[in-house]
Design a protein around this ligand. Structure first.
Ligand code: COA
Length: 235
């Protein structure tokens, strides 16, 4: 199943909002997605899959979703999971630089606004990759020295990802940060270009793999001979 991670564009924002509505209670108006993509086009990323039969897929979409015709007679598909026929959005990270005028004295720093991966594509390292791409771009393009985010205290999966995999630190607990009254961990991470290299991905191509143990008849035999003596060995 080919999965691509690429920069998010304006064409992706309906799908990003759809994924956000599926996965998180913190939702945003479309203009907030636009604001991110238009202001910092280098910072937000999407994961998409193209492992689908385009014709079948379009047929299925026709059955599930309304197809409209524009005034030129072209049909427009309104399936919010597809960026275009055959390309389905399965995850995103929405990121920005801190542009709070009250903090203009702070060194450049980035912020993760939202992150989610569709349920059936979780635990494959996609969130880690999306995050690392965004953090690398913040550092490389915008010279951000650190990045911040908030996470619900009850969100174990996200907390593991940020704290254990990506090495964010908990700065403070913000009481009743969320609308439903739940507290948030305010987290930060210093951005270091070397550390953000692809070779350091936990799920990346250069991850040290456990050596596969192979049967080695010679050394097994030698071990037995040493232990038991030549006469007791039958081959
Ligand atoms: C949190 C979320 C984005 C993780 O996405 P993902 O693609 O499954 O994460 P990854 O596969 O990249 O996981 C990387 C690490 O995150 C942690 N992690 C991810 N899911 C986890 C889970 N269910 N339980 C514990 N740790 C988890 C692990 O440390 C994991 O490393 P490992 O696989 O080596 O153990 C995903 O669960 C999700 O979309 N949740 C709903 C939306 C959300 O909570 N967003 C974050 C808001 S702050």
């Amino acid at each position: 199943m080919p999965i691509t991670i690429r920069r998010a564009t304006i064409d992706d924002i309906i799908c990003m909002q759809n994924a956000n509505l599926h996965n998180l209670p913190e939702n945003y108006m479309m203009k907030y997605y636009m604001y991110h993509i238009l202001s910092w086009p280098e910072l937000s990323f999407v994961a998409t899959t193209t492992d689908i039969d385009v014709e079948q897929d379009t047929q299925d979409a026709n059955e599930d979703y309304m197809i409209m015709n524009d005034n030129l007679g072209n049909s427009i598909k309104l399936d919010p999971t597809y960026v275009r026929p055959g390309e389905k959005l399965i995850g995103y990270v929405l990121a920005k630089m801190n542009d709070d005028p009250d903090q203009s004295n702070e060194p450049a720093n980035g912020h993760i606004t939202s992150l989610s991966v569709m349920r059936t594509f979780r635990r494959m390292g996609l969130a880690e990759k999306l995050m690392r791409q965004a953090l690398f771009a913040m550092r490389e393009v915008n010279q951000a020295t650190y990045v911040s985010l908030h996470v619900r205290q009850s969100n174990r999966a996200a907390l593991h990802l940020y704290r254990d995999t990506l090495k964010f630190e908990v700065l403070s607990i913000e009481k009743s940060y969320y609308q439903d009254g739940e507290d948030a961990y305010a987290m930060e991470k210093v951005l270091d270009l070397d550390e953000l290299k692809i070779s350091n991905f936990t799920h990346g191509p250069n991850v040290e793999k456990k050596p596969i143990e192979e049967d080695d008849l010679k050394s097994d035999l030698l071990e037995d001979i040493i232990k038991e003596g030549l006469d007791n060995i039958t081959v």
